[in-house]
Design a protein around this ligand. Structure first.
Ligand code: GLU
Length: 508
């Protein structure tokens, strides 16, 4: 089997929509997208939804929305516009449940060619066959007893009950392909089951639908997860049975936990939607996932999607399992959070403060703090959320970290006093620094800190005596950003107002 293709590049991502996008699914989709871009080909989306038992309502729309958030758009396949799900492209329908006639027709074609047969064995017969094989220490496989039924026997059984259609695997020979990721892979035909192609309910199995669609949709390369390797020899046999040229296959390695076990299946840990909801930026998630098992250069890790597409080489993708280190995702996110302009950071942060009921949107780029009714423009919000930008790994941390900035302060007198200093002395320091600040012109200036410290030294005071109560006065917190950062973010008026409130508590 050849290792290169002369067909125009057409690749697909073909999920069985489960309601969320697994990190591994995103990686598969991305490598297909990169490959298509790199080779001037087409990336399409196909929904493999023939397993009726696993159907999740709304799963297709949800997947497409997640892709859209990530900037992944398929040239063909289902898409959502104005909340309406439609399809585009000349090879549709792209949803397998709408193609049942196509599969039925192709299964019949295989029967005519003698490459598939009807099997009437009952579940009890199959169970007994399995038990017998197990007892004899043989792999449990269908023994092919319905292969040789005569036409009459078949007709008689067809009127009597339901049946499946199975592929007829030749008893000897080797099935092999040059895997684009792993090199040659071979299976002995003797190890391959006469897999079911059409179930008793008339629905196709994955094997039949996948092969028929990849052929009819003129897919040139199939890049999918390692778990499908055992299916591929069956697919290769099906291509042979139909007399079709198979696409080239490449199987992507498992994603692993740090202890090298297979990555958790817990949806919360692996659902891309979950990370987006927690405030991991699309650009960080994409960069992180794209480098699971592949890095185009040895010297850096920050790449745009366009760069990755232009550098993509499927043969360089690592065939060993890729360890997923979520601390690395934090690292990417911190990088991309810092790279945003301060206003863009505020725009991305705002929904998190709104969801936490701290801010209420009151117009384009305007918010009101729910408790204080204070209004924030985009620039003002940028100032405040900027206080935490360097400290957080994900935007979900902002509401807790910044609640104090949007709520009326409740100061505790004891917290305001620096190391054993009396309330009266603390009042004296705070009154003095309030007067000093009130005289300053631009409190956002980078020189305010130096000027204040010079003034403190001239007074013969220690920095802590003044700056601790000032910081607690501004934040109401034991721990918070530094006083000068907060003054710059809040502005002079709000800062003085906070110091006033602290003085009020101390003087009670
Ligand atoms: N429907 C399969 C899945 O859920 C597709 C595998 C393939 O790409 O062939 O992953």
């Amino acid at each position: 089997m050849s290792s290169t293709s002369t067909k125009p590049v057409r690749v697909r991502y073909a999920p069985s929509p489960t309601g969320y996008l697994h990190i591994g699914g995103l990686r598969t989709a991305l490598y297909n997208v990169f490959f298509a871009k790199r080779h001037g080909g087409t990336f399409l989306l196909r929904m493999e939804d023939t397993d009726q038992a696993r159907l999740v309502p709304g799963a297709v729309e949800s997947l497409i929305r997640t892709f859209a958030t990530l900037g992944i758009v398929a040239a063909e396949g289902p898409y959502v516009e104005n909340d309406v799900l439609s399809e585009r492209g000349a090879y549709g329908p792209y949803t397998q449940s709408q193609r049942l006639d196509v599969y039925r027709e192709h299964a019949e074609l295989l029967i005519t060619k003698g490459r598939a047969y009807r099997c009437f064995c009952s579940p009890e017969t199959l169970d007994a066959m399995r038990a017998e094989a197990q007892a004899a220490g043989r792999p449990s496989r269908y023994d092919g007893r319905c292969r040789t039924l005569s036409k009459e026997e078949q007709e008689e059984k067809m009127t009597a009950g339901s049946h499946v259609i199975r592929m007829c695997v030749p008893p000897i020979g080797t099935i092999s392909w040059i895997d684009q990721v792993r090199g040659e892979i071979s299976f002995s035909a003797a190890d391959i089951d006469d897999a079911v192609l059409v179930k008793t309910d008339g629905f196709p199995t994955y094997h039949l639908a996948n092969v028929v669609d990849d052929h009819l949709m003129e897919i040139s390369h199939v890049f999918r997860a390692e778990e499908w390797i055992p299916s591929t020899p069956k697919h290769v046999l099906l291509y042979q049975a139909f007399g079709w040229e198979p696409p080239l296959f490449g199987h992507l390695s498992w994603l692993l936990n740090a202890d090298k076990t297979k990555l958790s299946k817990r949806q919360g840990d692996v659902a891309v939607e979950n990370y987006l909801q927690r405030g991991y930026l699309p650009e960080a998630l994409l960069n992180f996932v794209a480098l699971l098992g592949w890095n185009p250069t040895a010297d850096r890790e920050i790449f745009s999607m366009d760069e990755l597409a232009s550098l993509f080489d499927i043969s360089k993708v690592n065939s060993a399992g890729a360890v997923v280190n979520f601390e690395k995702l934090d690292w990417f996110n911190r990088h991309y959070l810092k790279a945003l302009s301060s206003e863009e950071f505020a725009r991305r942060a705002a929904p998190f403060l709104v969801a936490a009921d701290i801010l209420v949107p009151t117009g384009t780029d305007t918010w009101t703090a729910r408790e204080t009714q204070k209004t924030f423009s985009l620039a003002q919000l940028a100032g405040v959320v900027g206080l935490e930008r360097e400290r957080i790994s994900a935007l979900e941390e902002l509401p807790k970290a910044l609640a104090f900035a949007f709520a009326p302060l409740v100061h505790q007198a004891a917290m305001l006093c620096w190391k054993g200093m009396s309330a009266a002395d603390t009042v004296a320091r705070l009154e003095a620094v309030r007067a000093f600040l009130a005289e300053q012109g631009d409190v956002s200036s980078a020189t305010l800190e130096a000027a204040t410290k010079e003034w403190i030294a001239a007074k013969g005071w220690g920095n802590g005596e003044v700056l601790w109560p000032l910081r607690v006065a501004l934040s109401g917190q034991e721990k918070s950003p530094g006083p000068f950062e907060m003054i710059a973010a809040f502005g002079k008026e709000e800062s003085l107002h906070r110091v006033e409130a602290a003085l009020h508590v101390l003087q009670k």
